[in-house]
Design a protein around this ligand. Structure first.
Ligand code: BGC
Length: 743
């Protein structure tokens, strides 16, 4: 699209505008940007400045409560900085044009959207993707969704979500990378790289927004939006590092969490936004609230009224108000009353304008809106190919007795039972936003292709919920005719994600009853489990010969699942969140601190449950393969080091089975004695390696002082000399251990 009618301020200001808005690394570019933005701001009225700090949802898509206000006229007056939930090149072009041509200074809008795990082409949900432990795949998914969304005119993705989560009752665990800080930080980096690319001037990338700052993943009781109460040590040690990793990777924007932390709502948390994020971490991007975050402060009861909410939020460090319209409605009055300063308003406005500058919007406000490009790029086969690759690698084999899996292509009859067998929509998972079920290849269709010589009998047997048993008999009849039964059970897409907390995370009763009926027929049984969160599978573990955790895998779910079931692809996923034995164990996670009375099932007065082991059913890092791997003892190039030294730890990993396979080799370290209680072990490295059948590979990790640091008794992040346990193996529960010393 041509820049035909774009004649106002942007043109007046062009002499200051760089032609290529490069990665913004480097002082020259920053100086040019600062000069441009300062010049623009010198021409802006107070209302126009405040307007830049206002982000409003369009009526196109809805991701939260909406007001009936028509903000179009406000935008035309230059009193809105950006819209979200507005889609398509065409629509965004028209919206942009209205503002650029009608507002006094013609400052372009910025368009954001929840581009979480795909755009038109849906990828696996983030928790599923994290199970691949494959940073190339995670980056590829992020790259693909950014390219597709940018081609539809968008500028800004509300991703990655990096909230560490140990409580699967919380539905939003589906949006993150699970329970571990080290893995979560690596994934955060890969996602930021994927979304933002190398160069903001590249219209095939988006600006990323790491969220939800901070600790949104730890609401009391796993209930969404609930309070977060945790020590600073816990926060800094386990919850903050992934946000920091995203910031260090150059993430341009940060979204505040809805929750309070130790009583102070994240939206007005000066300590978090200003002291930690800006001053400690050196973040120089833009901070946006979550949806109506400022408005909700009146419910937190930490503000007197909306005006007070707006004043507290901007003073604490918020730059952009998402959907509350409180900056828009109260900042002027707050300024006139002396409750906020011009520095607050200027800082917020500047941070928003900087983003627009970096996106190249002052150079050409329509540069992302090219309908021809959209036609070429949206739903391009390359995205489906990528989604298929990522989906295969996200599947986790939880159980496989008697090698029931893979199912041979010579099998005569396969019964495909359950509500997910033919369903498309639920594969999209939570936050599929622009994704549509038309893009999904369902399991049944994929099985017909994958097993051309087999008879596939398909019966849904029941719905996901309710108590209609009328189809049980047909399902059982199908099972009687089959050599093997594949049951496609689980959660619907809306059962995880935002506002989807649960107290019971088992399969619904109706599904469990169907499983019982089918089990009576006594055929080899495979469970395909579709879900957004870890579930309690204690009963299913007893009833099924094999269990594949197939999550919500997106557009290519069917083919990816069929590949794994047939053995065309050997599964290599590993869990990134522990699967509890019961809800009563929650939170259950691998890197717990020891207690004074470690669990001993034979001793009453130890830290344990009377009715359950402490361990989860399936631990963090666990996942099987169609082959098997054996690990040698760990070899160290030296068994002690100084703080500036490095120890190389090597294991020989042998594929002892008959198929080639990928193994996620994981390194865990535990401090034997420290000034504060430390986790028994923590993930400190991992490598995914391909090992041909019968072959052995050497896998080496480097241990540096950085990996040994923690917040000591004085809350200083440092390491302490002494002995460390070192584990290298295929899960967090590996017993392959040695010891090294930090001198
Ligand atoms: C969610 C955010 C999301 C925002 C915009 C909120 O309800 O918490 O994650 O980015 O809506 O849709």
């Amino acid at each position: 699209m041509k820049l035909d009618k774009y004649i106002k301020t942007a043109c007046l200001l062009l002499p200051f505008c760089v032609v290529s808005c490069d990665t913004n690394k480097g002082n020259d570019k920053d100086a040019e940007m600062n000069k441009f933005v300062s010049d623009l701001m010198s021409k802006m009225t107070l209302e126009e400045k405040i307007g830049q700090s206002t982000l409003i949802s369009s009526w196109w898509d809805v991701t939260g409560p909406v007001s009936n206000n028509d903000y179009a006229h406000k935008a035309k007056d230059g009193h809105v900085g950006g819209f979200f939930n507005a889609l398509t090149c065409d629509f965004l072009y028209r919206l942009q044009k209205e503002v650029v041509e009608n507002s006094r200074l013609g400052i372009p809008l910025m368009f954001g959207y929840d581009v979480i795990h795909g755009y038109k082409t849906t990828f696996p949900t983030p928790l599923a993707m994290s199970s691949s432990w494959d940073m190339e795949m995670v980056e590829l998914a992020a790259r693909s969704m950014a390219e597709e969304a940018a081609a539809d005119g968008l500028h800004w993705a509300f991703a990655p979500m990096v909230d560490i989560a140990r409580d699967p009752r919380w539905g939003r665990v589906a949006e993150g990378a699970g329970e571990d800080t080290f893995l979560g930080s690596e994934i955060a980096r890969a996602q930021v790289r994927g979304i933002q690319g190398e160069n903001f001037a590249d219209t095939a990338t988006l600006i990323a927004c790491v969220k939800h700052f901070a600790a949104y993943g730890a609401p009391v009781g796993g209930r969404d939006y609930n309070s977060v109460d945790m020590s600073e040590r816990q926060l800094r040690e386990f919850y903050l590092p992934p946000y920091k990793a995203a910031v260090d990777e150059g993430c341009q924007t940060v979204m505040c969490a809805f929750n309070d932390i130790n009583g102070v709502p994240a939206t007005t948390n000066k300590w978090l936004m200003t002291d930690v994020l800006r001053d400690e971490w050196g973040f120089d991007g833009m901070i946006v609230t979550d949806y109506t975050g400022i408005f909700e402060l009146t419910n937190h009861k930490t503000v007197r009224d909306s005006a007070d909410a707006g004043a507290q939020a901007i003073r604490a460090g918020v730059d952009m108000d998402m959907q509350s319209a409180i900056f828009m409605n109260y900042s002027k009055e707050n300024y006139e009353k002396g409750l906020i300063s011009m520095e607050d308003i200027d800082r917020a406005c500047r941070n928003v304008l900087n983003m627009k500058y970096k996106l190249g919007l002052f150079e050409d406000p329509y540069r992302y809106c090219d309908t021809m490009r959209a036609k070429r790029v949206l739903k391009h086969p390359k995205f489906f190919k990528a989604s298929h690759e990522v989906a295969k690698r996200s599947i986790v084999l939880l159980k496989n007795d008697n090698e029931v899996l893979p199912i041979s292509k010579n099998t005569k009859t396969i019964a495909l039972i359950g509500p997910m067998a033919t369903n498309k929509r639920n594969h999209l998972g939570t936050w599929h936003t622009a994704g549509r079920e038309e893009t999904v290849t369902p399991i049944y269709e994929a099985f017909l292709k994958e097993f051309p010589d087999s008879r596939i009998i398909v019966e849904d047997g029941c719905w996901y919920e309710g108590d209609d048993r009328s189809k049980f008999a047909k399902a059982v009849a199908a099972v009687r005719q089959a050599d093997v039964v594949v049951m496609c059970m689980g959660e619907q897409e809306f059962e995880s994600g935002e506002a989807a907390s649960k107290t019971d995370i088992r399969l619904a009763k109706i599904q469990r009853d169907l499983i019982d009926e089918v089990a009576k027929v006594n055929k080899p049984m495979v469970l395909l489990l579709h879900n957004g969160r870890p579930m309690v599978l204690t009963d299913e573990e007893k009833k099924f010969d094999a269990i594949l955790e197939v999550w919500h895998l997106g557009s290519m779910a069917g083919p990816a699942i069929a590949d794994v079931v047939s053995g065309d692809h050997n599964p290599s996923g590993k869990l990134t969140m522990s699967f509890p034995r019961s809800v009563g164990q929650i939170p259950v996670y691998y890197n717990y601190l020891n207690t004074g009375r470690p669990e001993n099932v034979n001793v009453r007065f130890t830290s344990r449950y009377l009715d359950s082991p402490n361990s989860p059913l399936y631990p963090f890092g666990y996942g099987l393969s169609y082959t098997s791997f054996s690990y040698s003892n760990i070899e160290l190039d030296k068994d002690s080091m100084t703080k500036d030294g490095v120890i190389k730890a090597t294991v020989k990993v042998t594929n002892t089975g008959k198929r080639d396979g990928d193994e996620v080799v994981q390194m865990y370290i535990g401090d034997q004695v420290a000034s504060v209680s430390r986790p028994l072990k923590e993930l400190k490295g991992f490598k995914k390696v391909n090992i041909p059948a019968g072959k052995t590979v050497d896998v080496t990790f480097e241990i540096t002082d950085e990996l040994l640091k923690f917040y000591n008794a004085d809350m200083v992040r440092d390491s302490e000399p002494g002995d460390f346990d070192l584990y290298i193996g295929g899960s967090s529960q590996t017993g392959n251990k040695t010891v090294f010393t930090l001198k």
